[in-house]
Design a protein around this ligand. Structure first.
Ligand code: SF4
Length: 383
């Protein structure tokens, strides 16, 4: 981990879930009997990765379902991280919870440990869709979970939602958005459903047992999300993320999108300190075995060359509505963005997919629907 001038972000992956949701490709297992062995391995990894010399300003404990741990175990992880890293007093500390897994008392304890942000995996307020996704909770439990977080004193609450489900109507998705708005979270992540290979849903899709919603309807839902949340005062700051003003953006996730340095701890967790990026073994046994023998559980390590960093910079920059900062882009890659990509940009301006001013170049909401195509075309222009 190099000193880069940017504060460090810390992510801890808790790889346990009550059961596996049908669409989920994150690494997690349901054998809770392994929690205590995992926590010992995590302690070793934290000790090996300790960087008290670098200031950190975000801690995100995600998963998996972190709220499946006993609240004292969560407190223990926070203590270990605090000893090993130099957490700034203003650190954004986020804990992911799932409805039905935390009481008000647990949430009060999380607040006492220093967490100032709770992200709740709601996914839908419709029980039929929750059943289709294989979620463990129902809509009523979601509301209870949000109210519990408010009662425990959390002001910064984020909700995750999924749209574009088979047979989902515009009206159903609008209802989810309106319900969320009524509950007044500071942050909303709205993800399009994806059919990941090897997940039960991906397998059903491949076998033709599930018919995805058409691209046209999904695009309409994306536009509707932007419009409804915008009218309700949410800023669309990243392709899937909305906040009630820039103050409530996820500071931690912005580190991923800005290629800032971050350390990932736990199985499958990724770390980045440009030009280096590396990630841990996905499988819990391989992760624990490596640490038992005193080694870091790194599965793969890569060094991005200048061109690879440029491609990442394009992709991550254009996902964000702030877009590409032209001055930083020039400094980082020694490229005048507008000049270098001019052959493609004119068409995007004409299609109203992109806009530019003296500081930034960004995709419009319409352009975001063509993000992958635009990146492919820009990459083609790189010498
Ligand atoms: S609760 Fe989250 S991490 Fe666990 S299986 Fe479901 S989607 Fe995946």
């Amino acid at each position: 981990m190099q000193e880069t001038g940017s504060n460090l972000g810390i992510y801890v992956h808790i790889p346990f879930c009550e059961s596996k949701c049908r669409y989920c490709d994150f690494y997690s297992i349901t054998d809770k009997g392994l929690i205590s062995n995992y926590l010992s391995a995590l302690q070793t990894e934290i000790d090996l990765m300790a960087r008290p010399d670098l200031k950190s300003d975000t801690l995100y404990i995600g998963g998996g379902t972190p709220s499946l741990l006993h609240y004292k175990q969560i407190g223990q992880i926070v203590d270990q991280i605090t000893m090993a890293f130099n957490l700034d007093v203003t650190t954004e500390m986020t804990l992911e919870v799932n409805p039905g897994t935390s009481t008000v008392r647990d949430l009060q304890d999380y607040a006492a440990f220093g967490f100032n942000r709770i992200n709740i995996g709601i996914q839908s307020f419709n029980d039929d869709y929750l059943g289709f996704l294989g979620r463990q909770h129902n809509a009523k439990q979601s509301i209870v979970a949000i109210e519990a977080a408010v009662s425990a004193g959390f002001n910064n609450i984020g909700l995750d939602l999924i749209y574009g489900l088979p047979n989902q109507s515009q009206k159903d998705w609008k209802q989810d958005l309106l319900t969320a708005i009524k509950l007044a979270p500071k942050h909303l992540s709205c993800y399009m459903l994806t059919y990941e290979p090897h997940t039960p849903l991906g397998i059903d899709h491949e076998a033709g047992r599930v018919v995805p919603l058409s691209d046209i309807r999904i695009a309409d839902m994306f536009r509707m999300t932007h419009d409804i949340l915008g009218t309700a005062g949410y800023e669309h700051y990243e392709i899937s993320n909305f906040s009630r003003g820039s103050r409530w953006r996820s500071r931690h996730n912005q580190k991923y999108w800005n290629l800032s340095p971050y350390v990932g701890l736990g199985p499958s967790a990724h770390s980045c300190s440009l030009p280096r990026r590396w990630w841990n073994h996905r499988d819990l046994s391989s992760y624990m075995d490596a640490l038992k023998s005193g080694h870091l559980p790194i599965c793969e390590d890569e060094h991005l060359n200048q061109e690879q960093q440029l491609i990442e910079g394009l992709y991550l920059g254009l996902r964000q509505t702030d877009g590409i900062d032209l001055k930083s882009f020039q400094e980082r890659y020694q490229i005048d963005f507008q000049l270098y990509f001019s052959r493609a940009l004119d068409q995007y301006f004409a299609e109203n997919w992109m806009s530019i001013d003296e500081k930034n170049c960004r995709l419009t909401v319409e352009g975001m629907l063509f993000l992958d195509r635009i990146i492919d075309e820009l990459v083609e222009l790189i010498d």
